[in-house]
Design a protein around this ligand. Structure first.
Ligand SMILES: [Zn+2]
Ligand SMILES: [Zn+2]
Length: 196
């Protein structure tokens, strides 16, 4: 079909090796919006929101707000801890986790599971999906524009609450360094590894 998945993913330079997805993506229309990100509230707005909810506001927490603002890298707590420690030595991992949990509870962050690695945190709270590079761990946002076209087998009697698709493979940058990995990945069939 015109505008197939590989074509569409290719517009962002992404070549999936295995599609860890629900099902049958030949007929699924997907578009990637590279470099677009609904920006979470500003650090100042988050400070206000925390105060309104009687949540603690400290310089450490405000540093986290700044590190996460417009952050499209889907960082793990450990990555944020390393970045925060450089700027504010002595900040604790516990503070990082508490702040991330508070932000997630307020709907300012999504927790993203992308396979075997640690949970990633995503200030993009739009409904979206992810493409994950097996080699460098990069996580990119992917948008599905016609989820209703997804043809699913085995969901009889099940009422899906949500669907999250994860494409694993090789990103454009890694493919440029190691073209053979991309060549190997291009013939991998679709997997049915993840339920909604
Ligand atoms: Zn990569
Ligand atoms: Zn995301």
């Amino acid at each position: 079909m015109a505008g197939g998945i590989d074509d569409i993913l290719g517009t962002c330079g992404y070549r999936p090796a295995a599609r860890t997805i629900v099902l049958y993506l030949h007929k699924l229309l997907i578009s990637m919006r590279c470099n677009t990100l609904p920006v979470m509230r500003s650090p100042a707005e988050l400070t206000e929101a925390f105060r309104r909810q009687n949540l603690k506001v400290t310089p450490q927490r405000q540093l986290l707000f700044r590190l996460l603002h417009a952050n499209a890298a889907h960082p793990s707590a450990e990555v944020l801890y390393a970045q925060a420690s450089e700027l504010m030595p002595g900040i604790s991992l516990r503070t990082i986790y508490q702040t991330l949990n508070d932000l997630a509870a307020m709907g300012e962050l999504q927790q993203v599971s992308v396979g075997s690695g640690p949970t990633r945190f995503d200030p993009n709270t739009d409904v979206h999906h992810h493409a994950v590079c097996d080699q460098c761990g990069e996580v990119a946002d992917v948008y599905v524009t016609n989820l209703a076209a997804l043809e699913v087998e085995g969901l009889q009697g099940f009422r899906p609450r949500s669907t999250r698709l994860v494409f694993s493979g090789t990103c454009q940058r890694c493919a440029a360094v190691s073209p053979s990995a991309t060549a190997r990945s291009s013939n991998v069939p679709i997997n049915k590894e993840q339920s909604p």
